[in-house]
Design a protein around this ligand. Structure first.
Ligand code: ZN
Ligand code: ZN
Length: 173
């Protein structure tokens, strides 16, 4: 929660704030997230406007997760920008029914929903340990990035040999 009272509700008054807050739970996606309680650095500009307070900010935090292909731990960081208008509680707007409007509660701003949205937007859908991770060997599960020339001695199970023949000659039926 961020106090906006210093702005005095005077349109045009501004304040810059830098602070570090502990990350809330579930900040990010399953495979890549900011560990709960780890520091999130916020650089914010608060600007009073007629109907509320405009908050423009940057958040920086460390990420941890797993490669989507080889499950190797990933350590990265994220920088997310966001901007949101927080409307004074009593201010009537033409779209008051609209639940999407962020409201100030007792001149306090709750940044968490915007922080969450902004961070998730920055995250790759499928995080990878390196841009073109080759993943795991389907035979033995070894991590191919560490052992690119990895191979196995023709491990075809005799029970599958007949099937392999069939696949090589699909025109027979
Ligand atoms: Zn990987
Ligand atoms: Zn292997």
């Amino acid at each position: 929660m961020l106090d906006t009272r210093e702005l005095g509700r005077r349109p045009g008054s501004q304040r810059e704030v830098s602070l570090t807050v502990p990350a809330p739970a579930d900040l990010g996606i399953d495979v890549l997230r900011v560990a709960e309680g780890s520091p999130v650095e916020l650089d914010l500009r608060l600007e009073a406007v007629m109907e509320g307070v405009l908050v423009t900010g940057t958040a920086r935090a460390a990420l941890e997760g797993e490669c989507a292909r080889c499950l190797e731990p990933i350590h990265d960081d994220v920088e997310a920008r966001f901007q949101e208008l927080y409307v004074y509680t009593e201010h009537q707007t033409s779209h008051d029914e609209d639940d999407d409007v962020s409201r100030l509660q007792d001149d306090l701003v709750d940044l968490e929903p915007q922080l969450r949205d902004a961070v998730v937007l920055e995250l790759p859908f499928q995080p990878m340990c390196e841009p073109d991770c080759p993943g795991l060997c389907p035979e033995c599960g070894a991590r191919l990035a560490e052992d690119p020339d990895h191979s196995h001695e023709a491990p075809i199970d005799p029970r599958w040999a007949g099937l392999a023949d069939l696949q090589q000659d699909p025109d027979q039926h």
